[in-house]
Design a protein around this ligand. Structure first.
Ligand code: MG
Length: 266
């Protein structure tokens, strides 16, 4: 009986130690909520009327002209991008996953148009979520995201709304049009520079216009954008551009008229 009791006590002590260790591990583990910022909410600005396609300038590399995805590959397989084209518009196919450019870039100016579908469902981050990854790390499957989301009357953390560099820089204003209307992004991306030993020499910089309105004004990035944890820099020189398939239910986002102008010595 005594022996039985001592075993029981030992078991209880061990169980307590195991659980207290587990719970302290759980408490130490970073959570996504820790990097969410909810205020201040950027003011809503109604953009000027959409005046139609802004055709690419003569020195642009056209990444999508409405007819084919030859400049893109499936990020999952490296084979043909599995998104579907209809009437000059390409739409996300969730099952196919994200896509990225065949070409790798350093600094550039990019134009891209995107549309949240009529009938979009969900809320917060699960409503019309995609993302323009201005540089994508193929090896690790992560990068520098300018958020694409339905931010028309859809509350979420403001460093995760449309036009935010994800969980870093809040957009200056919210010029989002309602679902079913085209949105434009015009982005100037300056890739980070690294010393030979891999330390950061210059941070990445982003200037972005959303529906023609300045939302990111030469903002220095803190590193790659992560769902969980603090941003970090991982050295690279050139990288593809990635479009995210976020996996939300319901009808998916569409893109059109994507072109790029590499800058400087690129
Ligand atoms: Mg996203």
């Amino acid at each position: 009986m005594i022996r039985h009791r001592s075993l029981l006590i030992r078991f209880s002590v061990l169980t307590f130690l195991a659980f207290s260790t587990l719970s302290s591990v759980a408490q130490d583990r970073p959570r996504p909520e820790e990097t969410e910022v909810w205020e201040p909410v950027p003011p809503v600005v109604t953009p000027g009327a959409y005046a139609g396609l802004m055709a690419p300038p003569s020195d642009a590399i056209v990444l999508f002209d409405g007819t084919h995805l030859d400049e893109w590959v499936s990020t999952r397989t490296g084979e043909a991008a599995g998104w579907v084209i209809n009437d000059g518009v390409v739409s996300v196919v969730q099952a196919a996953g994200g896509i990225h450019t065949r070409r790798h870039f350093r600094d550039y100016q990019l134009h891209l148009e995107w549309m949240v579908p009529i009938g979009v469902i969900g809320s917060g981050q699960s409503r019309g979520n995609s993302g323009l990854f201005m540089a994508w790390d193929l090896e690790r499957g992560q990068g520098y995201e300018l958020q694409i989301l339905d931010s028309y009357e859809n509350e979420t953390y403001v460093n995760g709304m449309a036009g935010a560099t994800y969980k870093q820089s809040i957009p200056l204003v919210n010029p989002m049009r309602p679902p079913g209307q085209w949105q434009t992004y015009d982005v100037i991306w300056r890739a980070p520079r690294f010393e030979e030993d891999g330390t950061l020499a210059q941070p990445a910089r982003v200037t972005a216009f959303f529906n023609g309105i300045l939302i990111q004004d030469n903002v220095a990035m803190e590193g790659e954008t992560y769902y969980i944890g603090r941003p970090a820099y991982i050295p690279f020189e050139r990288a593809p551009i990635h479009l995210q398939a976020h996996g939300d239910p319901g009808p998916t986002l569409s893109f059109r008229n994507i072109w790029i102008r590499p800058l400087g010595q690129d």
